[in-house]
Design a protein around this ligand. Structure first.
Ligand SMILES: [Zn+2]
Length: 76
């Protein structure tokens, strides 16, 4: 049951999760994807549901360790 409603309005600059549409707290574990920001839990659940495996997430650097990015698929 995907909710395709686009959440354009965000409070005080806080982004809304692309999956559950709840605001992503500034210091909450989150994933920055090309399609938007997701709670880490939401992103992992979505990714697992789509690809059947857990995503490879890279933590950010100093001060941004709660912000993860998806590791691009590359030949190992
Ligand atoms: Zn979420």
């Amino acid at each position: 049951m995907e909710d395709q409603k686009v959440t354009e309005i965000s409070m005080k600059g806080a982004p809304a999760c692309g999956r559950c549409h709840m605001l992503v707290a500034r210091y909450a574990p989150q994933v920055l994807a090309s399609s938007g920001v997701y709670h880490r839990e939401c992103f992992e659940a979505w990714y697992f549901g789509r690809y059947g495996k857990r995503p490879s997430l890279l933590a950010g650097t100093n001060g941004d360790r709660h912000r993860y990015r998806l590791r691009e698929q590359q030949a190992a």
